[in-house]
Design a protein around this ligand. Structure first.
Ligand code: ZN
Ligand code: CU
Length: 528
C-alpha cells in the first residue's frame, strides 16, 4: 500500500481513552494505516514524512456544539473566523445547535427567517427549504474542516408557523415533523432545541416530544439548550428527561451550566442526577465549554414577549417607551417560565461582544455604558438593527470544572463566529481543556481529555470511523505538543491562535502544517 503521509515517532492517543502508546501513523487516501514504531518504509516510500517525536497524535477533535452554520457561506468576511476552529485541531464541527439551523422551512417563510436569523449568524445569511440546499451551498464554499448540522427546532417552527407566540396547530406540527423527517433521512445529525430563545421557547413539552420521536425513529439524538440554565435548571433538566423518555430519543444536554448566583453550586445536583439516569439505562450525555462566561444575543436578555413576531416586531417595541417600561418591570420581577439572565445577575455582568457599528462599546458592560441600562440596551439594539452579541459573566469555576470532569461530558466550544469581539471559546476551547484543565490542573489525564474531544463525541453523534485512530478510520488527525499546548484567545484578542498545535489532517490532507493554516480546503458536509 502506498502512503501519502507518514507520521513517525509520536505517541498515539487513540480516542478511546486508552493510555498513550508509541506508534507510527500512515495516511493512504483519506484513511489511516496504523504501523508499529518504525514500521513504515525507511525513506517514507514517497510519502511526506512528519517527525512527531515529542508530539501526541490524536484523532481530529470533534466540536459537538458550534454555530458555524453560515461562516464559510459569508465568503471573505468569514474567512478568519472560519479558520479559528481548525487551528485548534477541530476536524469536525456540529452546527445547527440551540434550535437554530439554516434549514428547513416552507418557501414562503424563508424571507422572514433570513431577517430574524441575521443576528445569530453574523450577516446576510441564506436559509434553505431543505437539507439538500444546505449541502449544495457548502459544496461551492470550500472549508478546511468537516461540518454536519442538527435540525434546529426554532428554525423549523419559524419555518412553518413564523415567529408567533402560540401553540402549533396539529396540522402545523405534522408539517414540522415531516420537514424534520426529510432532513434527518437526508443526513442531518439530530434535533436541537434552544428553549430560552424565541421562537423555540413558544413550543411546549408536547411539541418537542412529537419532534424528538421523529429523531428517535432515525436513531438520532435530541440535543437541547435547556429551558432554564439558571435558578430553574433542575426543573428544565427534568423536562428534557421527560422528552427523552416519552420520545425514546437519546438525550444530549448542550453546554451544561448552572449560571447566575441562584444556581451556583447546583452542578452538585444535576451531575449526580445525570449519572443516576444513566445507571437506570437512559442514554444521556452533555457537553461543556471551559469558561465561566457565556455568550448569546442581547435580545435574549429581554422577556419572550418582547421578541414575539421576530426582529422587526422587537425593534418596534424598543422604540416605544411604554414597552421599555414593561421590559424593565419584567426583568425586575421575572416572568414565569422565563430564564431572565439579567434578573439573575445584573447589567454589570453583561458585556458587549459584537456590535458592528459601535466597536467602542465592545468589551464594556451595559452598566458601564451608562444611562438607564434598559434604555442603553434598547438604543444599542435599535442602532444595530437587532444584531448585538453579548458575553455574560455568569458561572462559577467549581461548576465548570465539575461538568468538565463528568465521564459523560464531551467538549463543545459553542463558538459564535461573528466579527467584533466574539467569545474566545471560538478559538481557544480545545487547547484550553488540554492545557489548563488536563495538564495544569490535573482534572483528568490527557487520554481522557482526548476521548472527550473525539471517541465519545463520535459515538454520540453516530460519526462512523471517526474520533478514533485505528486502521481504516477516516484520516482526520491532530498533532500537538502535550507540554506546551494552550489557548491563546482572550476577551481582548479573541482570535489569537493556540500554542502547541502543530498539524491538523482533514480527509488525509494537511489543513494546518507546521502550525500554519494551509490553502487546502479538504472539508465537506458529512452525514449519513
Ligand atoms: Zn445554547
Ligand atoms: Cu449554542
Amino acid at each position: 500500500m502506498s502512503l501519502d503521509l507518514l507520521i513517525t515517532g509520536g505517541l498515539v492517543a487513540d480516542g478511546t481513552g486508552a493510555p498513550l502508546r508509541p506508534a507510527d501513523v500512515g495516511v493512504s487516501g483519506d484513511r489511516l494505516v496504523l504501523l508499529p514504531p518504525g514500521g513504515g518504509p525507511a525513506d517514507g516510500g514517497g510519502a511526506r514524512v512528519i517527525d512527531a517525536t515529542g508530539l501526541v497524535v490524536a484523532p481530529g477533535f470533534i466540536d459537538v456544539h458550534t454555530h458555524s452554520d453560515a461562516v464559510t457561506l459569508l465568503g471573505a468576511a468569514g474567512r478568519e473566523l472560519a479558520a479559528a476552529p481548525v487551528r485548534m485541531g477541530v476536524t469536525v464541527e456540529i452546527c445547527g445547535n440551540c434550535g437554530s439551523s439554516l434549514f428547513p422551512a416552507l418557501p414562503e417563510r424563508v424571507p422572514a427567517l433570513r431577517r430574524s436569523s441575521r443576528a445569530g449568524f453574523g450577516g446576510d445569511i441564506p436559509i434553505f427549504t431543505d437539507y439538500a440546499g444546505f449541502v449544495r451551498a457548502h459544496e461551492e464554499a470550500p472549508r478546511s474542516n468537516h461540518l454536519t448540522s442538527l435540525v434546529g427546532h426554532g428554525t423549523l417552527r419559524a419555518g412553518v408557523l413564523g415567529y408567533e407566540d402560540r401553540p402549533a396547530t396539529p396540522a402545523e406540527l405534522a408539517t414540522m415533523c415531516a420537514l424534520l423527517d426529510d432532513a434527518l433521512a437526508a443526513g442531518a445529525a439530530g434535533l436541537s432545541t434552544g428553549l430560552i430563545y424565541t421562537p423555540g421557547t413558544y413550543g411546549d413539552t408536547a411539541e418537542v416530544v412529537a419532534l424528538a420521536r421523529v429523531a428517535a425513529g432515525h436513531g438520532k439524538p435530541y440535543v437541547t439548550h435547556l429551558r432554564d440554565e439558571m435558578s430553574r435548571v433542575e426543573e428544565a433538566l427534568e423536562e428534557a428527561v421527560e422528552i427523552a423518555r416519552r420520545s425514546g430519543a437519546a438525550l444530549h444536554v448542550s453546554h451544561h451550566k448552572t449560571a447566575g448566583r441562584h444556581a451556583w453550586g447546583k452542578t452538585t445536583r444535576t451531575l449526580p442526577r445525570i449519572a443516576e439516569l444513566r445507571a437506570q439505562g437512559l442514554d444521556v450525555t452533555c457537553d461543556v465549554y471551559p469558561y465561566t462566561e457565556g455568550s448569546t444575543s442581547l435580545s435574549a436578555m429581554l422577556p419572550p414577549w418582547a421578541n414575539d413576531g421576530g426582529t422587526e416586531a422587537l425593534l418596534d417595541r424598543l422604540r416605544d417607551p411604554g414597552q421599555r417600561d414593561r421590559m424593565r418591570r419584567a426583568i425586575e420581577e421575572g416572568v414565569p417560565g422565563w430564564e431572565n439572565t439579567v434578573g439573575n445577575g445584573g447589567w454589570d455582568r453583561i458585556s458587549v461582544a459584537c456590535a458592528a457599528r459601535h466597536p467602542e462599546a465592545e468589551g464594556r458592560t451595559i452598566a458601564e455604558l451608562g444611562g438607564d441600562p434598559v434604555d442603553t440596551a434598547a438604543e444599542l439594539l435599535l442602532a444595530e438593527d437587532g444584531e448585538v452579541t453579548i458575553i455574560s459573566h455568569s458561572m462559577r469555576e467549581d461548576d465548570v470544572q465539575r461538568v468538565l470532569a463528568g465521564e459523560f461530558t464531551m467538549i463543545g466550544s459553542d463558538g459564535v463566529p461573528k466579527p467584533g469581539h466574539p467569545h474566545p471559546r471560538l478559538a481557544g476551547t480545545f487547547p484550553r481543556v488540554l492545557g489548563r484543565y488536563s495538564r495544569e490542573q490535573g482534572l483528568f489525564p490527557l487520554e481522557v481529555a482526548v476521548h472527550k474531544m473525539t471517541g465519545l463525541a463520535a459515538d454520540r453523534f453516530g460519526l462512523a470511523d471517526r474520533g478514533v485512530v485505528r486502521d481504516g478510520a477516516h484520516a482526520d488527525l491532530v498533532l500537538f505538543d502535550p507540554e506546551t499546548v494552550s489557548d491563546g484567545a482572550t476577551y481582548a484578542e479573541p482570535l489569537l491562535p493556540p500554542t502547541g498545535i502543530t498539524a491538523v489532517v482533514v480527509a488525509g490532507r494537511l489543513a494546518v502544517d507546521e502550525g500554519r493554516l494551509t490553502e487546502d480546503r479538504p472539508g465537506r458536509i458529512i452525514g449519513r
